[in-house]
Write a protein that binds this ligand. Structure first.
Ligand SMILES: *[C@@H]1O[C@H](CO)[C@@H](O)[C@H](O)[C@H]1NC(C)=O
Ligand SMILES: *[C@@H]1O[C@H](CO)[C@@H](O)[C@H](O)[C@H]1NC(C)=O
Ligand SMILES: *[C@@H]1O[C@H](CO)[C@@H](O)[C@H](O)[C@H]1NC(C)=O
Ligand SMILES: *[C@@H]1O[C@H](CO)[C@@H](O)[C@H](O)[C@H]1NC(C)=O
Length: 449
């Protein structure tokens, strides 16, 4: 903190605490915080984890001051949100953006804890606020979208059932027209508009990537889950420190917890390895249908490309984010380049953490670990990988980095299914000015780098 910002602060504290002053204070706090983050990050001492949530919070303070917000007494209700974690996040964001368009509060939807989406009775609904922080969501998204609870309902003007059309004749334009109609006509008099029909992941998409990104920013996991992810990350870093101290010949003291700072910040790579049998069947079909042969990657191809990443420091630990069913397949742990130590849940000793939770939460933990990795490598046709890269791209942009395709960015992401330089994976960043989420929800080989 330098003198000029100190004196600005004291001048502010000196004056009356009007609401304007509070806004100023918030602004100053934000500036100071950003300064601290930037100074900290560029001090050159290796790996630094930045705090995503604080950055978002300050960002929202600015936005909320000049936006009237969404109506609090009109609601939108949507069907239960289903499928994988990241399909659910997209479906949820689409429901939020639909509610925003109707200037309505979204009634907090149910998510699904299990992946058994074919049998409706096994969907295991789980309340949104068991996974993500409800109040935090509303404060971060204040002025943009709003979540309400069923207890907020007055039940006076009833529910209007809005049937979403389907089939080939139900075009994007017709869908949009229906939404516009609903926000004007007698339909809007109803307290609740309830959308019936298929899950919102399958609705037509009308919004740009940056609107989705704005909703994703407000999704903060409940402490209980984020603490589990913290445990996994610190276990991975601990293994990284051990690995480094073993190879550092000058080091006589090998106790990981008392190492100096250069070793305390051992970086790690996370690889979202999509090699499960159901994925292989899916991606082969996709390759045939689309005529693109860069969708499936074998274990060997992934291992080889990751090993060829140019900026890789060694030795480094590689966290393999793989589905549970693969845990017994020890072949994914073989064949890695010298200096890379592959870790999966079992040999890392964290499978107990995952086993306690249903599918959705396990996936949320893995997602956190991948977004916090120093290097992330995934498949550009996976929704999971695509959302991780979207979040990492956002982080970069908030740090002022407009293009992370360059060689020496701090948190690079790569797609292993597309060849890049030196037989490595291709650098990957999300196109934040894309006009729809199509590329992210269904995958693409156009990955901006
Ligand atoms: C939404 O509703 C709020 C509260 O009634 C109003 O102030 C705001 O102008 C509305 N916004 C739009 C885009 O209609
Ligand atoms: C309105 O109905 C919902 C669902 O039936 C119920 O949970 C809520 O408590 C009711 N609200 C009021 C104010 O009666
Ligand atoms: C994995 O292996 C262990 C012992 O080697 C066995 O007990 C367990 O049932 C196996 N799990 C799966 C999913 O095959
Ligand atoms: C990003 O998307 C926009 C809009 O679709 C397009 O015009 C632009 O070329 C894309 N940029 C890159 C780098 O792919």
């Amino acid at each position: 903190m330098d003198l000029s910002s100190n004196s600005k602060l004291s001048r502010l504290i000196g004056c009356q605490l009007s609401s304007l002053t509070w806004k100023c204070l918030a602004l100053v706090t934000m500036v100071l915080f950003l300064r601290a983050v930037l100074l900290h990050s560029f001090s050159g001492c290796g790996v630094i984890e930045f705090n995503n949530q604080d950055l978002i919070l300050s960002h929202s303070l600015l936005l909320s001051s000049n936006d009237e917000g969404i109506r609090r007494e009109k609601f939108l209700e949507v069907p239960q949100i289903v499928w994988g974690l990241n399909n659910q996040k997209i479906a949820f964001a689409r429901a939020c953006l639909t509610a925003r368009m109707l200037n309505r509060t979204l009634l907090m939807p149910s998510l699904s804890a299990s992946l058994f989406y074919k049998e409706i009775d096994q969907l295991q609904p789980i309340s949104f606020d068991k996974v993500f922080q409800f109040d935090k969501f509303n404060s971060l998204c204040n002025g943009f979208v709003r979540l309400g609870r069923y207890s907020d309902l007055k039940n006076q003007t009833g529910i209007y059932d809005l049937q979403k059309g389907s089939g080939r004749k139900w075009t994007v334009e017709r869908d949009m027209e229906q939404l516009k109609q609903s926000s004007r006509s007698h339909v809007d008099e109803h307290e609740v508009i309830r959308i019936v029909g298929k899950n919102s992941f399958l609705w037509h998409d009308h919004w740009p990537v940056k609107d989705y990104a704005r909703v994703f920013e407000c999704l903060v996991l409940v402490d209980e889950i984020s603490k589990e992810a913290d445990k996994v990350v610190s276990k991975i870093r601990q293994m990284g420190r051990k690995l480094r101290s073993k190879t550092e010949t000058v080091q006589s003291d090998s106790d990981a917890d008392t190492e100096g700072p250069s070793i305390a910040v051992a970086p790690f790579i996370a690889v979202h390895m999509r090699v499960e049998i159901d994925w292989m069947i899916h991606c082969k079909k996709l390759e045939q249908r689309s005529g693109i042969n860069q969708i499936c990657s074998s274990k060997q191809e992934i291992i080889q490309r990751v090993g060829n990443i140019v900026s890789l420091e060694s030795p480094t630990v590689v966290y393999l984010a793989v589905a549970d069913t693969l845990l017994n397949d020890s072949s994914i742990l073989r064949g890695w380049k010298k200096g890379l130590l592959p870790l999966e849940k079992k040999n890392l000793g964290v499978d107990g953490i995952y086993k306690k939770h249903p599918y959705l939460i396990q996936s949320a933990i893995d997602y956190m670990v991948c977004s916090r990795a120093d290097i992330f490598v995934g498949n550009s046709y996976s929704t999971f990988s695509s959302l991780v890269v979207l979040e990492r791209t956002q982080k970069m942009m908030r740090m002022g980095i407009k293009n992370s395709c360059g060689i020496d960015v701090r948190w690079p992401s790569y797609a292993y299914n597309i060849p890049g330089e030196s037989n490595g994976p291709r650098k990957w960043m999300t196109n934040m000015s894309d006009s729809s989420l199509q590329a992210i929800s269904y995958g693409s080989n156009a990955i901006s780098c």
